[in-house]
Design a binder for this molecule. Structure first.
Ligand code: SAM
Ligand code: SF4
Length: 333
């Protein structure tokens, strides 16, 4: 079977699937406080998600990340992970993983590990309880820390993702770093992207370029750039004094699209070829039109043939360019 290769000769081996648009948090940079969620009939069923992911895996996808919204609030989502584990056993899938806010990990960590999930990314922007409640609106820090502890106890490797937010978590840089070192978690910082309706002024106010964050780190530590890549957009440095590895995801200050190997499917079966472009293909229609996967496969191949070169996010000249009206929870972060 011919692998998926896009027009810029990038092999597509990584699929991120949003399994729900719902969430038990309302992070201010991600969602509005009062979100209108999709009707259930529009969502792909777990069986449809299985068919869809299995088709991508047949076409050469080796890494599958489940995201949302909050993936662990979707009812029966564990059965989906359990079902996907057959592709790990067969060797077709190299990694099955998820991005989560951690709120439900205490409940699910053991079963996720048993299903073959080896690593989880947990989003955590601050270790200050009051600030955590402020940024997530509905979240409670102790619940997330319990979830992270349960994940570690279950043998899952935890990576912490923190969105860098000016005037919010600048003072958290060293506490987060120290805590991750003490707990043995990797840490990656992410630049805030213009996803979802939010006033231009507010977005620019939030934006803390990672080159500035890095300079702050360098005031205290010796940083060595690492050439290693984990198949994603993160670039890593080693902190020589502690041996800790820190990642930077810099969609704004450094465009990494040339090595993009991923596509994303929303919970309604829209295939987005790029997080920062509107190009999309409907996979729900071919999924529902026939129990045979031929039409689905054809739709996937046709979409990949139109994958754009990259996003156009840009905050320079005090203006937000490349803005997407979709919320991050829609496409799946
Ligand atoms: N609910 C899960 C979580 O929070 O990890 C998974 C979905 S969430 C949309 C995935 C990631 O996107 C999180 O790490 C979150 O911090 C990040 N995110 C959300 N909105 C963002 C934005 N506007 N810019 C950059 N990252 C964003
Ligand atoms: Fe929910 Fe994750 Fe978005 Fe926060 S970042 S509102 S936890 S989907």
């Amino acid at each position: 079977m011919a692998p998926l290769i896009d027009p810029f000769q990038r092999p597509i081996s990584y699929l991120r699937v949003s399994v729900t648009d719902r969430c038990d948090f309302r992070c201010t940079y991600c969602m509005a406080e009062h979100m209108q969620f999709l009707p259930k009939k529009d969502l792909l069923t777990l069986e449809e998600l299985d068919r869809l992911c299995s088709t991508f895996i047949r076409l050469g996808v080796e890494k599958l990340r489940i995201t949302g919204g909050e993936p662990l609030v979707r009812r029966d989502i564990l059965t989906f992970f359990q079902s996907m584990s057959r592709h790990l056993k067969s060797g077709a899938l190299r990694e099955l993983t998820l991005t989560t806010n951690g709120s439900q990990l205490a409940r699910f960590a053991g079963e996720l590990a048993a299903a073959g999930v080896g690593r989880v990314n947990v989003s955590l922007d601050t270790l200050d309880e009051a600030k955590f409640a402020e940024i997530t609106r509905w979240g409670r820090l102790p619940q997330v820390l319990d979830g992270i502890a349960a994940a570690t106890a279950a043998g899952l490797k935890v990576k912490i993702n923190a969105v860098a937010l000016k005037g919010f978590n600048e003072g958290e840089l060293f506490p987060l770093l120290d805590w991750c070192a003490a707990q043995g978690h990797d840490l990656t910082f992410i630049e805030v992207m213009p996803m979802g309706e939010m006033g231009e002024e507010m977005r620019l106010d939030q934006y803390w370029p990672l080159k500035d964050l890095r300079a702050r780190l360098a005031e205290r530590f010796t940083l060595t750039d690492l050439t290693e890549r984990t198949g994603g957009p993160a670039r890593y440095v080693r902190i020589e004094e502690t041996g800790q590895k820190v990642g930077f995801i810099t969609p704004l200050t450094h465009n990494f699209c040339e090595s993009c190997n991923r596509v994303r499917v929303t919970c309604t079966g829209e295939l987005f070829m790029c997080l920062g472009q509107e190009d999309k293909a409907d996979l729900r229609a071919p999924l529902r039109a026939s129990p045979d996967d031929a039409a689905l496969e054809q739709a996937i191949r046709a979409a990949i043939a139109g994958k754009p070169r990259g996003h156009d996010f840009d905050y320079s000249r005090q203006h937000v360019a490349g803005q997407m009206s979709r919320h991050m929870s829609h496409t799946g972060g």
